[in-house]
Write a protein of this length. Structure first.
Length: 167
């Protein structure tokens, strides 16, 4: 059995050396908020945080990760959907079918930690996720709403882990 730290908990899993993190999250840990879209790092539906950075989990072999690395999925982003990005998403009714949205939110929440007031160019460079419903304009507006609303203070964007670290 190998171990991963996911959403603040140590979780055990079994996988071949090349099994992507995405499949371990969805099929063994029941964290199905992270979606499979393309499997080739193009769509961003599978985006999670690893040590605070947005990563496409379809391209990361789960066994290549150390159990000291902090993985956060959409289920661990906040309690009750209260992360500033989730609040902005709700305020602007961003999702349509919703399939791409957890990956979008994980990409945006990582961006705001490094750029609390991103420009449109920053957003274009960092959030390359694909949305088949075409929610791009509303995604952009919601990012600016989160940034304007003061919801980008470090404390609000940080994810606290059980060992008292934060990413
Ligand atoms: S499923 Fe990972 S980028 Fe599309
Ligand atoms: S909301 Fe449907 S794919 Fe993005």
């Amino acid at each position: 059995m190998a171990k991963l730290n996911v959403n603040g908990k140590d979780r055990e899993f079994e996988a071949a050396a090349d099994t992507p993190l995405l499949w371990v999250l969805r099929e063994q840990l029941d964290l199905t908020g992270t979606k499979y879209g393309c499997g080739i790092a193009q769509c961003g539906a599978c985006t999670v945080h690893i040590d605070g950075a947005a990563v496409r989990s379809c391209m990361v072999p789960a066994r290549a990760l150390k159990d000291s690395q902090k993985i956060v999925t959409i289920e661990g982003l906040s309690r009750n959907g209260t992360h500033p990005v989730q609040r902005a998403w709700q305020a602007l009714d961003v999702p349509q079918c919703g399939f791409c949205q957890s990956g979008m939110i994980m990409a945006v929440s990582a961006l705001l930690k490094t750029k609390p007031k991103p420009t449109d160019a920053d957003i274009d460079a960092a959030v390359t996720n694909i949305c088949r419903c075409g929610t791009y304009n509303r995604v952009r507006a919601a990012i600016h709403t989160a940034a304007r609303g003061g919801g980008t203070r470090k404390a609000e964007l940080s994810i606290q882990h059980a060992d008292r670290s934060a990413t």
